[in-house]
Design a protein around this ligand. Structure first.
Ligand SMILES: *Cc1c(COP(=O)(O)O)cnc(C)c1O
Length: 387
């Protein structure tokens, strides 16, 4: 199908939820993608931080195909080896005690928020159900996670929302104000993605950790976007010197297949019992096999390389004309610019570079396997567009 036909059918048959760029990506290799008309692009978006080994990675593909040759889905009424292998790996690498698998970031957060309410209910009874989230956060599109998303623009049309969710600034006194005396959990993204790629201040996160522990309030780190090697460590919270009570992750975890994971650390590990929560597709064996491949390859050496690539990109970007600030952490890069990010993204696309926007910033989240040649090619396009 050529692009005109694809666009025509999309306009006719798909729900109108997405404002799309005028491109249909059909294939590629690593961070070099190709569209339906044969045009090539350097990929600084990775399908929104999902394709962490880029397109068509041989070892990842082999792991997926091997599992497809066995069985594509098993019900959670039965045991499944890919699930236990992945869960063991995640626990060993993070110190978490238990994992619940779902299919997306929103579901991973939904699980975390439900678990926090249950944890508190079992210990203190009813009346301690409040969730505090940060202004400018993004936690998903289900009603609970949408409520927990601290951006008014997402809150049109869909009310009434889930009760007992409050918003605070990244400041401990404002957290205390929002929390009152009935809060069971605070949810944060160490690096806020959708709202502009902003890393939270380290001192705030550490103070918050101390306050949460002192008040038996669970600290949930939403690492859906910033997790899985994206920032140069396996999870971003490691760079904050804290251990959360619950970590949620998704996007890059399976390198391009749908998965979500909710990691319970010591305090929260017994929150759920049989029947409390579930998912038909959660822990799908193909997704889990893909994630085992991903996590096993995010070694210390690999993560060091990611840090090196991030430093390289950041050093170059800082000196580009029209760049006011380079934000975020590691390979999760925000660019504050003189120009309008939407226009910059459209011009980059035209010249063969895929970038994302996040509010008033450009967002760069390339595959972690991007080569120096691919980085340089992408940077030269961006430089041209910005100057
Ligand atoms: C993308 C994202 C989500 C939602 O994930 P979905 O897979 O789209 O449900 C939640 N939290 C953060 C931080 C995200 O970046």
């Amino acid at each position: 199908m050529n692009f005109q036909k694809i666009r025509e059918l999309d306009g006719e048959y798909l729900a109108k939820t997405y404002a799309r760029y005028p491109v249909a990506l059909v294939g590629g290799k690593n961070a070099t993608l190709v569209d339906s008309e044969g045009k090539q692009y350097i990929d600084f978006g990775a399908g929104i931080a999902v394709n962490i080994f880029g397109a068509n990675d041989e070892a990842w593909k082999a792991a997926v195909i091997e599992q497809l040759g066995k069985i594509q889905h098993v019900s959670n009424y039965y045991y499944a080896e890919p699930q236990v292998r992945l869960a063991e790996m995640l626990c060993n690498r993070t110190g978490a005690k238990r994992v619940f698998f779902s299919n997306s970031g929103g579901e991973a957060n939904e699980c975390a928020l439900k678990a926090a309410r249950k944890y508190s209910w079992m210990k203190y009874g009813e009346g301690r159900s409040r969730i505090v989230s940060l202004r400018d956060s993004f936690h998903g599109r289900t009603l609970f996670t949408l409520t927990a998303t601290g951006q008014d623009e997402f809150h049109k049309y869909f009310g009434p929302f889930v009760p007992n969710v409050s918003y605070a600034l990244p400041d401990l006194s404002d957290i205390k104000r929002a929390a009152g005396s009935d809060t069971c959990a605070v949810i944060i993204e160490c690096v806020q993605g959708e709202s502009g790629v902003s890393a939270l201040p380290k001192a705030f996160v550490q103070e918050l950790r101390t306050w949460c522990s002192a008040n038996d309030v669970l600290l949930i780190c939403d690492e859906v976007q910033c997790g899985n090697g994206r920032t140069g460590t396996l999870y971003a919270y490691e760079q904050y010197g804290i251990t959360p009570d619950i970590v949620t992750t998704a996007k890059g975890l399976a390198g391009g297949l749908p998965i979500g994971a909710c990691l319970f650390f010591e305090r929260a590990q017994d929150a759920f019992s049989a029947g409390d929560h579930g998912s038909t597709f959660g822990g799908n064996p193909v997704s889990c096999a893909a994630a085992v491949n991903v996590i096993s390859r995010l070694t210390d050496d690999f993560l060091l390389e990611v840090q090196g690539k991030a430093a390289y990109l950041r050093a170059k970007l800082k000196n580009f004309d029209g760049v006011k600030a380079v934000t975020g952490l590691g390979m999760m890069i925000g660019l504050e610019m003189d120009k309008d990010p939407k226009q910059v993204a459209a011009q980059c696309l035209e010249k063969g570079l895929l970038v994302l926007t996040a509010h008033r910033r450009l967002r760069l989240v390339p595959p972690l396997t991007i080569t120096k040649t691919e980085m340089d090619e992408g940077l030269s396009i961006l430089k041209e567009v910005l100057s």
